[in-house]
Design a protein around this ligand. Structure first.
Ligand SMILES: *[C@@H]1O[C@H](CO)[C@@H](O)[C@H](O)[C@H]1NC(C)=O
Ligand SMILES: *[C@@H]1O[C@H](CO)[C@@H](O)[C@H](O)[C@H]1NC(C)=O
Length: 481
């Protein structure tokens, strides 16, 4: 795999901070204002030593220390009570070490070149200046959330062995895994079959887009660690991220991507457009309106965004949606679902051949007509000579090295004969672990089942304890530089 990345700044994380509870303040608490001229960083909460604020570009994000720990205003981290020097402690303002906010500029095609950089003025240009008819039509099937008995067999039926790409290899998809209720034996099997595993988050907490760096590290990198512990998925194979509810975490989430060796994000939704947008690197300004309002505002060199174009048909029947299961097709029969998908797909296939992403939750597969319509659609795409259903990483490898649709049967990244990078097979008889779990807001413990080929952990893995060791806040995640 050839990816070229420049690493951003390095941050050393000494402890994993957790956010518990809401951001609501009591009426007598004043709104926190980030100190002017002090740059980005962590600041003591004047009201309590249990909390602190992370200031990013002048915006304060409320953070809470993990249970039992207190914020030390000298070292700016959470530590044991007897070691914590509660703030605010007045100091002479430190010199600004952060560079000023570097708001991204408009795409400059003369200095943005593959394989390092890819952009176009309106985002619709084909990489390598290929003609549409020479461009393979990529389909990206993505599945978000937990993987378990509710959906595994449905997903397996999408990827049956008779659905093949033009080079004879089986079609493949990308799974953005969330932790709670996931079955790690099933995930290990998907990875062994050659599907891509990316991270959503551990807790799927709401409002993560307004949280700080440590929360994103805890959620994303913690999720990656859980996959490593319980599905034997190597860290280096997890290179993609999707933010819950398609709410990217402004610049903060992308700093985590950069610091921890991720290659791409796929969380940015696009309003309905006549011509779809291709994936792009974040060297320049995002070439479209940002639906969520929480897109990154500065440059992240070489980090790819694989955006979610809106799905819709000319009549707007069913509405428009980033996730296919959010369009209202429920009353349709399988043929109507098929025709709807076909029209939506043709906007890509008959124009600029941007990758056609099909983002799903489990919901789609719980309605028979939708599932059957999808199967009809996939069977139809297999009659087209230049349609490839590959993982997001495979698609990005093609984008860094674009070549004509005629020369792809020998393209290594899409070849399944070379399986040296595929994870080993999962075990036949996994452990089914009944583990105690106390959701952060609840009084009582409940039981969660975790199925894995590894030993059962002591308790249900969660934020700060990805190994399920039973000790709060044991995890330390260091940026990889
Ligand atoms: C985990 O994966 C590595 C390679 O990715 C392999 O060498 C090792 O045997 C696997 N462990 C188990 C228990 O399957
Ligand atoms: C927690 O416990 C208190 C009293 O012990 C009870 O009133 C409250 O309803 C409980 N909350 C939840 C979410 O169970």
């Amino acid at each position: 795999m050839t990816f070229y990345r420049t690493q951003g700044r390095c941050m050393i994380l000494l402890a994993v901070f957790l956010t518990v509870g809401s951001q609501q303040k009591k009426p007598d608490e004043k709104e926190f204002i980030c100190p002017e001229g002090a740059g980005n960083g962590n600041f003591a909460d004047p009201a309590t030593c249990r909390r602190f604020y992370q200031c990013v570009d002048g915006f304060p994000y409320l953070n809470r220390c993990p249970s039992g720990l207190y914020f030390d205003d000298i070292n700016k981290l959470c530590t044991f009570k007897n070691e914590a020097r509660c703030g605010p402690i007045s100091t002479t303002p430190a010199p600004i070490t952060e560079p000023p906010v570097d708001l991204a500029k408009k795409c400059d095609t003369s200095s943005c070149e593959l394989p390092y950089c890819f952009c176009s003025r309106d985002g619709t240009r084909i990489p390598g200046n290929l003609d549409p008819e020479d461009t393979p039509q990529i389909i990206l099937m993505t599945f978000d959330g937990a993987i378990n008995l509710n959906n595994f067999d449905h997903y397996q039926r999408v990827f049956t062995s008779d659905r093949k790409n033009p080079n004879g290899c089986p079609i493949r998809g990308t799974f953005f895994v969330a932790h709670e209720y996931s079955n790690y034996h099933m995930i290990e099997r998907l990875a062994h079959d050659g599907h891509e595993i990316g991270t959503e988050t551990i807790s799927l907490q709401q409002g993560l887009q307004d949280k700080g760096y440590e929360e994103w590290v805890g959620e994303m990198i913690g999720m990656r660690e859980i996959l490593r512990h319980f599905a034997n998925i190597s860290k280096s194979d997890v290179v993609g991220m999707r933010a819950p509810y398609l709410k990217p975490g402004r610049n903060t989430q992308y700093e985590v991507l950069e610091d921890f060796g991720y290659i791409y994000d796929s969380s940015v939704g696009i309003p309905p457009l006549k011509v779809p947008i291709w994936p792009y690197t974040l060297d320049y300004k995002i070439p479209h309106e940002c639906r969520s309002g929480t897109c990154p505002s500065r440059t992240f060199q070489g980090i790819w965004e694989v955006p979610l174009n809106a799905h819709y048909v000319e009549t707007y029947e069913g509405g428009h949606c980033p996730y296919l299961d959010q369009c209202v097709l429920h009353s349709h029969d399988p043929d109507e679902v098929f025709e709807w998908l076909q029209e939506d797909f043709n906007r890509y296939y008959l124009q600029n051949r941007a990758p056609y992403m099909m983002p799903f939750h489990t919901n789609w597969f719980q309605i028979k007509e939708l599932e059957r319509g999808l199967h009809k659609f996939l069977d139809w795409t297999k009659t087209l000579p230049d349609v490839w259903i590959v993982t997001i990483t495979q698609a990005l490898v093609w984008m860094t090295d674009p070549r004509s649709a005629k020369n792809l049967n020998t393209f290594d990244a899409w070849n399944c004969a070379k399986r040296q990078n595929i994870p080993p097979p999962a075990c036949n008889l996994p452990n089914s672990c009944a583990l105690s779990f106390r959701p952060p807001e609840a009084n009582v413990s409940s039981t969660r089942y975790l199925v894995t080929c590894r030993e059962c952990p002591v308790r249900y893995p969660w934020l700060g304890d990805s190994g399920g060791t039973g000790v709060d806040g044991t995890d330390v995640y260091n940026p990889e530089n």
